[in-house]
Ligand binder design. Structure first.
Ligand code: SF4
Length: 435
């Protein structure tokens, strides 16, 4: 990334060759893990694609997970439901398919506004036996011209937490029309961003002079962009390796960049797009200067609270390396261990180059070993799943729920201060409790 030195934040020394974390060794662990399954992605996806519906084909466990994880949203007009396969469905697959068809018919009769229906697979054995991709083809034909039916797996056997979004978006790729060689260059921003963040990014791209910018997932199912050799792909989320691979196979060129977390990450992310479309450096500076200054000002008080504090990440969302980079470089925190469920070196290379070189990077999880390391390290702050937070708090460790980092708008300049505050708050609370 040629622009890094020019954009460096004075508060964060620029990496120079041997001092960066690009060559960080990765410890790979396998064992018991404590991560949500991919069904949870529906919680933010159903808010994004406004005329889509997610029908989980699953068990009562899946329904309970969605109800407890989705919390109050279940009382709002929901865009997801669970078709529960009871034991009687085991009697025969034909029965299960008929039952599924009846559920879909009932749903679409009640909800004619649904333009895109996802059948979402789960892990009970009776669901695994059902071929949901064939069911999707069958139902798409039955509702042709009215509702498109697609399928993907959110099963805990195939996916962790954020990988559900990757599976859903990968299912959308074949639906995108082909853009020919002569099509005008277009920027495709991949990954769910809160609408408010997406609007901020769209305004910045427009101010650069970029006229053709599309976001996937779209707000409406029928608004999928065409993809081809003139598509420039910019990932807004790090957990979309499969979707990125499919889009690259369709001819798109991926732009390498850190993810838009914090002032520095957002600047480098925007700069990757600006450079790809030939935006002059002065224009880039002019457009971003005020927002960058606001972000730096918002981070300043948080930096005073967080600098020097040691942080330990359990694997959860694949956001861990970019978060650690932001916390280390812009707030002076010390990442002791950064664990992530999967590490895609290609997508993560610009992030790893910015991590402190002594960061312990872990891919996968062996829960007991990791808990031992965390207890030994006694970090100031531990980022972990809901199931680990209470036991660790009981042992005197201060924790942050990783899930909040996925549900809260944290990308972009205007959210940089809020993102830092998500880490400062548990430390403030712990300080008050000690007093
Ligand atoms: Fe549990 Fe599997 Fe259902 Fe996820 S998909 S809630 S892991 S049964």
């Amino acid at each position: 990334m040629t622009s890094r030195a020019a954009l460096a934040n004075p508060a964060c020394p620029a990496p120079d060759g041997a001092a960066d974390g690009a060559a960080l060794p990765v410890v790979r662990e396998r064992g018991q893990n404590e991560v949500f399954c991919g069904l949870t992605g529906i919680i933010w996806l159903h808010r994004k694609i406004q005329d889509a519906f997610f029908l989980i084909v699953g068990s009562r466990t899946c329904a309970h997970l969605m109800q407890s994880a989705a919390g109050v949203m279940i009382f709002a007009e929901p865009r997801f439901a669970t078709a529960i396969l009871e034991e009687r469905d085991l009697a025969g697959l034909a029965d299960a398919n008929d039952e599924l068809d009846r559920e879909v018919a009932r749903l679409l009769e009640r909800r004619p506004d649904i333009k895109l229906l996802f059948l979402v697979g789960s892990c009970p054995s009776e669901v695994i036996k059902l071929d949901l991709s064939r069911a999707a083809v069958r139902l798409s034909q039955a509702y042709a011209g009215r509702t498109r039916v697609l399928s993907y797996s959110g099963s805990g056997l195939d996916t962790t937490f954020t990988e559900g979004e990757d599976a859903a978006l990968a299912a959308l790729v074949p639906e995108m029309p082909a853009a020919g060689d002569a099509a005008a260059p277009e920027l495709l921003v991949l990954g769910t961003l809160a609408d408010v963040v997406e609007d901020q990014m769209a305004r910045l791209f427009a101010a650069f002079g970029l006229e053709r910018v599309r976001f996937v997932p779209p707000r409406h199912a029928g608004d999928l962009p065409a993809v081809g050799p003139n598509t420039r792909l910019l990932l807004a989320q790090p957990f979309l390796a499969e979707t990125a691979r499919l889009l690259e196979r369709r001819g798109a060129t991926r732009l390498a960049a850190p993810f838009p977390l914090g002032e520095e990450g957002t600047t480098l992310w925007l700069k990757a797009a600006a450079d790809a479309f030939g935006v002059p450096a002065e224009r880039f500076e002019q457009v971003t200067a005020a927002a960058r200054a606001r972000a730096r000002a918002a981070l300043e008080p948080q930096r005073a609270a967080l600098a020097g504090k040691r942080i330990f990440f359990f694997p959860d969302s694949q956001l861990e390396p970019p978060l650690a980079r932001f916390l280390a470089r812009e707030l002076g925190m010390v990442p002791v261990e950064v664990a992530t469920p999967y590490l895609h070196r290609g997508l993560m290379a610009p992030e790893l180059a910015l991590l402190p070189p002594d960061t312990r990077l872990v891919e996968g999880q062996h829960l007991d070993n990791q808990l031992d390391r965390c207890r030994d390290a006694r970090p100031d702050l531990t980022v972990c799943g809901l199931g680990l937070a209470n036991p660790l708090e009981a042992e005197g460790l201060t924790t942050k729920w990783a899930i909040e980092l996925v549900f809260t708008p944290i990308q972009g300049y205007e959210q940089a201060g809020d993102l830092a505050d998500l880490f400062a708050r548990p430390l403030r609370r712990a300080g008050l409790l000690r007093v």
